[in-house]
Design a protein around this ligand. Structure first.
Ligand SMILES: CC(C)(COP(=O)(O)OP(=O)(O)OC[C@H]1O[C@@H](n2cnc3c(N)ncnc32)[C@H](O)[C@@H]1OP(=O)(O)O)[C@@H](O)C(=O)NCCC(=O)NCCS
Length: 218
């Protein structure tokens, strides 16, 4: 008889927990999206960079509110974990970071992220990527995290590299953008990879104790 392979992450680790809030050394906070911030999603979908690289479509306020509600359901279904990025001194989100395509059985997930133009250039996305990776690997117990981006998106490539995601290869003609098919880089971080900067792990977190008290992943 062939022994079945247990899921890398047992079901329930996310659905039985509140989504954590993270405060980062770079002066930003990651927190769950709330419907009152729907206009930020509408605005983001009108930014040429976000529209080109993230391909959200042009969102109405109803679309944006539906999207925020869907993210909450996807947390509960353990399918996605999406945070708003806010400066600590301002309640208004300036970006988004999250994990989609979450696969507890196989132990993997894929990053998505963007910043509004005014928030770019501060290194906040590198910090946020490291912090969410720490949570996903060390607390949740996933094994492998991916970042994929068009080979033409230098800023995203730098974020992935600086966050310690090794470049594993180029996927040919992998994603259709408005100007045609783009080759994409595949970057990944797996359990045991070195962290680029320990400073990113020592910032204060706001309500992660409920997850921290859970047994380690097997
Ligand atoms: C990708 C993104 C989140 C990066 O955030 P950012 O704040 O701009 O990144 P940083 O300022 O920390 O810059 C990261 C690096 O990219 C470089 N860079 C930034 N914009 C660049 C550009 N347009 N062209 C070339 N290099 C660029 C920076 O010089 C920096 O290089 P360094 O690491 O050598 O210092 C942000 O640019 C963004 O949201 N872009 C639009 C949407 C998008 O691309 N989403 C990702 C889809 S995969």
């Amino acid at each position: 008889m062939i022994a079945s392979i247990p899921p890398v992450v047992p079901a329930g680790r996310m659905s039985q927990s509140e989504q954590p809030v993270f405060q980062l050394a770079s002066g930003v906070r990651l927190r769950p999206w709330e419907s009152q911030y729907a206009q930020v999603l509408v605005d983001s979908s009108r930014d040429p960079g976000i529209q080109h690289w993230n391909r959200p479509g042009l969102l109405s306020i109803d679309d944006a509110q539906a999207r925020i509600a869907r993210w909450r359901r996807r947390w509960e279904a353990e399918e996605a974990a999406v945070w708003a990025i806010q400066r600590v001194d301002d309640d208004h989100p300036v970006g988004l970071i999250g994990l989609g395509d979450m696969d507890f059985k196989g132990g993997s997930a894929e990053f998505l992220y963007w910043l509004l133009p005014a928030a770019r250039g501060s290194g906040a996305m590198v910090d946020a990527t490291i912090r969410v990776s720490r949570w996903a690997l060390d607390v949740l117990g996933l094994h492998r995290l991916r970042i994929t981006h068009s080979v033409a998106n230098t800023a995203s490539c730098r974020v992935a590299t600086r966050a310690g995601f090794a470049l594993e290869g180029t996927m040919r003609s992998a994603l259709l953008h408005a100007d045609g098919w783009h080759d994409e880089h595949l970057h990944a971080r797996i359990q045991g990879d070195a962290w680029p900067d320990e400073e990113h792990t020592t910032t204060a977190d706001l309500n992660v104790s409920n997850l921290r008290n859970r047994p380690a992943a097997t």
